[in-house]
Ligand binder design. Structure first.
Ligand code: ADP
Length: 504
């Protein structure tokens, strides 16, 4: 049975026209649902009439976070087109690969990326290049101003693709994960149920919108339920704490990767920030050190650990606030409407507590990658998506993510999962940030190397780090070398990019 997809913004424009829909912090623009709906209409008409965007066509966007992104996303929904947010941290040839693969009819480009946009549109023969500038005079604003009227709402279903989100490409060429209307709907329902979203909720959207987390957590969940989104252009930890403390904004929700919360917790202002209005702060996208969860718990904030990936349209598992402390370190139970298994190399479920690959199935999972029948064949078995993550499950169904299989290394025949070693390193007070990788070794095949950023004023030594690891880890897991760094490399989302750490 095909389920029709609803137009959420059109609904709230009728039901609660004056309710706050979105605040764009960078440009100080504020839109109610009726104002946002009008801009979505104008954008949809502009794309249809002037850029010949039709059902199933792609509309790409290369810009820093802004309210324009969500407007374009919902304009695509209104037309039945496909939204393609692009990662502005990528180099032009990488973007050309993605744009060449997705072949959009229009490319909307922030003023700050216009040179890159022009080069990409030329190489990929993109028919329409549209400049935008956070509400200032631009092709985009002029196009919207010319496009007055109501755009008919296209008849799309839950099976139709709404967005293409490209994976980061750490293991080869990026792949475009299709995000359907059904995936977004079920993720919105899951977010509301598990993270207490209501139409009175106010979400601070600070992950990049080209990442599935920025698009869906909790931004789309908020638009579905009729709450308000506050958009940060880029993440800054001090600004983040100040925003959370602001009584006029009354932020109740937010979702970030561990480094967002790590950097905020290291500021002196963390101790005094007013966090009393927060209802749910979710963390995921990478392993979250236990020490960080404890630091927030001491301030009364139970960071809810959730596991997910681009292909699962975010929430795959989530830990409830009630179990946040007694199951600390776990990524929680399967979200509703999804099923999970922990599978061994033979394709059979492993015994309770044993480590295997996490497989997941359900309506929040991508139906497949764009133009990649080979990857689609390899990634699914009877509808179960192979995540590539090593995980184990306890007898209550709580999942612990051990690490990505591709980050695991083998030392003297034993598997080492860097996330476990990093957890132990984070127990040391002087460590601001750390990452462990495997490097080649003549004797053991591979051995661990810890990269450590020290907190200002810390006099932590390599010996002290090694001794702490020896006291807390099996010998084969203890990093054989430590390299001190001023900072670790991060991607635009804030995750450490381990492939950029030196292996020689
Ligand atoms: P990227 O490859 O760019 O990081 P994703 O955002 O799709 O793209 O990353 C998903 C991966 O992030 C998962 O496969 C998993 O390895 C990791 N991850 C996500 N959430 C968690 C979590 N709560 N704990 C540990 N790892 C996580």
């Amino acid at each position: 049975m095909t389920v029709p997809a609803y137009d959420w913004i059109a609904h709230h424009a009728g039901y609660q026209p004056d309710a706050r829909a979105i605040i764009d912090l960078h440009s100080s623009r504020r839109f109610s649902y009726s104002q946002m709906n009008e801009r979505v209409d104008r954008c949809a008409l502009f794309l249809t009439n002037e850029c010949e965007v039709g059902r199933g066509d792609r509309v790409a966007m290369l810009a820093h976070n802004s309210s324009d992104h969500y407007e374009v996303e919902f304009a695509c929904r209104r037309i039945g087109a496909i939204f393609l947010p692009l990662n502005w941290r990528l180099a032009v040839p990488e973007l050309e690969f993605i744009v060449g693969d997705a072949d959009p009819r229009a490319l909307i480009v922030g003023a700050e990326f216009m040179d890159a946009g022009q080069a990409i549109a030329r190489t990929c023969s993109t028919p329409h290049l549209i400049g935008c500038d956070d509400g200032a005079d631009s092709d985009y604003e002029q196009g919207l101003a010319r496009s007055n009227g109501q755009c008919p709402i296209a008849d799309v279903t839950h099976d139709d693709t709404w967005a293409l989100v490209y994976t980061s490409g750490t293991t080869g060429r990026p792949k475009g994960a299709r995000v359907t209307h059904g995936q977004a709907f079920y993720n919105a329902v899951n977010s509301a149920m598990k993270c207490e979203l209501t139409r009175h909720s106010v979400n601070l959207a600070f992950l990049p919108i080209f990442h599935i987390g920025g698009l869906q957590l909790f931004a789309n969940g908020i638009f579905h339920i009729g709450g308000a989104n506050i958009v940060m252009r880029t993440f800054d930890p001090l600004h983040f704490l100040n925003l959370l403390s602001d009584p006029d904004l009354a932020i109740s929700h937010g979702f970030g990767v561990p480094t967002n919360f790590l950097f905020a917790s290291q500021l002196p202002e963390f101790k005094t920030a007013d966090l009393s209005r927060l209802v749910t702060i979710g963390v995921g996208g990478a392993a979250c050190p236990r020490a960080l969860l404890e630091t927030y718990a001491e301030r009364g904030i139970m960071l809810q650990n959730g596991w997910g990936m681009t292909e699962t349209c975010t929430l795959g598992t989530l830990l409830s606030k009630e179990r946040a402390l007694d199951k600390i370190g776990s990524a929680g139970q399967a979200a509703m409407h999804t099923s999970i298994r922990i599978v061994g190399p033979d394709g059979q479920d492993v015994a309770t507590g044993d480590t295997g690959e996490l497989w997941i199935k359900g309506p929040t999972i991508t139906p497949g990658y764009w133009n990649r029948p080979d990857a689609n064949r390899d990634s699914f078995t009877d509808g179960w998506f192979h995540t590539g993550d090593a995980a184990c499950m306890d007898d209550e169904g709580f999942v612990s993510i051990v690490d990505r299989y591709k980050d695991m290394f083998i030392s003297g025949g034993e598997n080492v999962y860097p996330a476990e070693v990093e957890n132990v390193l984070y127990q040391l007070d002087g460590i601001a940030e750390t990452a462990v990788i495997g490097v080649p070794d003549d004797r053991w095949g591979e051995v661990g190397r810890a990269f450590v950023v020290k907190k200002t004023g810390s006099n932590l030594t390599e010996d002290a780090i090694t001794t702490h690891c020896q006291d807390n880890l099996a010998r084969f897991k203890v990093p054989k070398s430590v390299r001190f760094m001023d900072e670790l490399p991060h991607n635009a989302t804030g995750k450490v990019t381990k492939h950029e750490l030196p292996r020689d």
